[in-house]
Design a protein around this ligand. Structure first.
Ligand code: SF4
Ligand code: SF4
Length: 207
């Protein structure tokens, strides 16, 4: 790239774009977006989000740091990959969306009470306890996250699904007594801690 081109690109990259490039998974791709809107049009949920992917990328390039990191749109990405297979510039959109959500979470500025985020936290804590997910406890924890009254209401609304899962042995009430766990839980925790350390170092959270 000529000096003139390099200078032009540097002028175009605002501070937030640079921050995203340095800290967000696959964030260096954002500058390649040509704003065609194909991703937003392909996203099955895009029309229901405040900021579909193309808009998120436009906002990053416009330096709208607070709006992007506080948005709950990234948290609703279901990783269906519709956007990725259609993007003419081959941007890894799904990874960027999850990367932005993860970055906002690590900074402590992700939207509070966002249901997907709450569920992810519940899932992670459940899984870390024994190295395996206890589905009974996860389901109950999820339904009753907002108190007993709301839990009963939600459980009643989902009773047919729950009964179907019990019938198909996808839920086991015996798990409430404790459930299975990994034999080497200590080793599992050490492995997760190491993976986190490597990720943190890569993203510059630990020097
Ligand atoms: S489809 Fe690709 S190039 Fe088009 S707006 Fe989405 S990310 Fe940008
Ligand atoms: S992967 Fe996420 S952003 Fe892409 S189309 Fe699917 S839900 Fe939308």
């Amino acid at each position: 790239m000529s000096d003139l081109n390099t200078q032009a690109v540097e002028r175009y990259r605002n501070n937030f774009l640079k921050e995203v490039e340095e800290n967000v998974e696959e964030g260096h791709w954002v500058k390649m977006c040509m704003q065609c809107g194909v991703c937003s049009g392909s996203c099955p949920f895009g029309p229901h989000w405040e900021h579909p992917p193309q808009e998120i990328f436009m906002m990053i390039r416009a330096g709208k740091r607070d709006e992007v990191l506080a948005s709950d749109s990234m948290w609703m990405c279901t990783s269906c990959y519709n956007c990725i297979v259609r993007c003419p510039r081959k941007l890894p959109i799904t990874h960027i969306m999850h990367g932005l959500a993860n970055y906002a979470h690590r900074l402590g500025i992700a939207p509070k009470g966002q249901p997907t985020r709450e569920f992810a936290k519940l899932f992670w804590d459940n899984m870390m306890k024994k190295g395996r997910v206890n589905e009974m406890k996860l389901t109950i924890g999820h339904y009753f996250r907002n108190g007993i009254g709301a839990g009963i209401k939600e459980a009643m609304a989902m009773k047919d699904v729950g009964l179907g899962m019990l019938k198909a042995k996808r839920l086991n009430p015996m798990e409430l007594a404790g459930g299975h766990g990994l034999k080497d839980l200590k080793g599992f925790h050490a492995m997760v801690a190491k993976a986190k350390e490597i990720e943190d170092r890569k993203k510059g959270f630990v020097k």
